[in-house]
Design a protein around this ligand. Structure first.
Ligand SMILES: Cc1cc2nc3c(=O)[nH]c(=O)nc-3n(C[C@H](O)[C@H](O)[C@H](O)COP(=O)(O)OP(=O)(O)OC[C@H]3O[C@@H](n4cnc5c(N)ncnc54)[C@H](O)[C@@H]3O)c2cc1C
Length: 391
């Protein structure tokens, strides 16, 4: 049983179906809704290759843009950071709804997987026993249905029910609150640059992420819990122009703002990620604020580990138990590495706007080091692209 049809749950489901294993995916939203929900867009090359190896990247490889650099803007100047030159790896820009659509189509329409949309009130039962089960309200009849299973994959994101099914004495939840927010915006406008832009400014951080030739994501640092109504379009564009201003920079292309919401920047990590026959994966187990665009990549990493381990177990392969037993630790090593990088990057992005001249000075020193020290640049590129040989 898989709870949640996001990148994590759908990837696990596809791996199981490819191995001929029966599974059911339960999703509380409709198919149309999850195929349009805007969120992430940046995938690391190892994640793309992982999807490709499992036959899940045809659409992505045909349509994603490959990025080779990002640009930092501070003190009114532009500084291009060519990460592909340093690592050989790319970032692939592919909107999350397109990836989710590809994964649903492959799971349900090609591999014949069972997926039930718009289910209500999902509950997990007997998760610490050898006979777990899931129940839900059928959207057509309103009746509760119970499904028994060998394993449960809790892939239901940050607001799901899987994590809550664990008793507090069995888990450790580590949390970090950055005490700031990002106004997340989607504009019907072409990107203003061929790469991702990060602006470090005394008024606050601003970012630009190309999503497609017609749509661009922008971020503006704002107080946590801020109301999007405090950000009329004129104020948004004035602040974006101001915070991303730099010598010789092309003017930002304005357009209709089709999404405007405030994300409070916080992280958590649930340890361990396995409890008996319940395995948490993706945002259900760990949330990483979108500062370094890591969440969907981590969700895919979990899904590869978990899907492969479950498939090996069901096939009775030698060493299969070690894969399941080691799942939590193998995932968490990359999770903690990415959390640390996000925390480091947050100080770089937001230091200038703290009002504290010491933090502003050290944030600027970190940034300048990337352009003066080849070893600092190489280390940053490795973390930004997730290319370390081991975690
Ligand atoms: C604005 C924004 C930008 C981002 N940008 C990036 C980026 O560029 N790169 C990156 O790597 N990450 C990024 N992320 C993070 C990324 O979107 C998430 O980490 C990713 O979606 C996690 O995938 P998941 O499958 O674990 O969870 P989700 O995508 O949240 O999927 C969980 C699924 O479970 C369903 N569900 C929830 N509760 C229940 C329930 N009770 N029963 C049944 N189903 C349920 C949900 O409807 C959902 O479909 C961004 C996030 C945001 C908000």
């Amino acid at each position: 049983m898989i709870v949640g049809a996001g990148p994590a749950g759908l990837t696990v489901g596809n791996i199981l179906r490819a191995a001929g294993i029966d599974c059911v995916v339960l999703e509380c939203e409709t198919r149309a809704f999850i195929e349009q929900r805007p969120r992430a867009g940046v995938l690391e090359e190892w994640a793309v290759r992982g999807l490709e190896r499992r036959g899940l990247a045809a659409g992505l490889l045909a349509r994603a843009e490959r990025h080779t650099a990002c640009e930092f803007r501070f003190e009114g100047e532009r500084h291009r950071f060519p990460y592909t030159e340093l690592t050989g790896d790319h970032h692939f820009v592919y909107p999350q709804p397109l990836l989710v659509s590809d994964l649903v189509r492959e799971y349900a329409d090609v591999r014949g997987g069972d997926i039930r949309f718009a289910v209500g009130d999902v509950r997990l039962h007997d998760v610490h026993s050898d006979h777990p089960a899931v129940s839900y309200l059928c959207p057509d009849t309103g009746q509760r249905r119970v499904l028994h299973c060998a394993f449960l994959a809790g892939c239901d994101g940050a607001r799901g029910v899987s994590r809550a099914a664990l008793s507090a004495d069995r888990v450790r939840v580590a949390r970090h609150d950055y005490g700031l927010g990002w106004l997340a915006l989607l504009a019907e406008a072409p990107p203003s640059s061929d790469c991702v832009l990060f602006g470090m400014h005394p008024d606050g951080f601003a970012g630009q992420m190309p999503r497609s030739p017609q749509v661009t994501r922008y971020y503006l640092q704002c107080p946590p819990g801020d109301d999007p109504a405090n950000w009329p379009d004129d104020r948004v564009w004035e602040q974006l122009h101001r915070r991303l201003a730099a010598t010789d920079a092309a003017p930002l292309a304005e357009g209709t703002l089709i999404e405007k919401r405030v994300l409070d920047m916080h992280d958590y990590v649930v340890e361990p990620m396995r409890h008996g026959r319940l395995f948490l994966a993706g945002d259900a187990a760990h949330l990483v604020a979108p500062i370094a665009a890591k969440g969907m990549n981590l969700a895919l990493h979990d899904a590869f580990l978990l899907g492969d381990a479950l498939a090996a177990h069901c096939a009775g392969l030698p060493g299969a138990e070690a894969g399941l037993a080691g799942y939590s630790q193998a995932s968490l090593r990359r999770v903690w590495d990415y959390q640390e990088f996000s925390q480091w990057l947050s100080e770089v992005y937001h230091g200038a706007a703290t009002g504290d001249p010491f933090r502003a000075g050290t944030a600027l020193a970190r940034m300048r080091r990337l352009f003066t020290s080849p070893s600092a640049a190489a280390a940053f590129a490795e973390q930004y692209l997730g290319t370390a040989g081991r975690y």
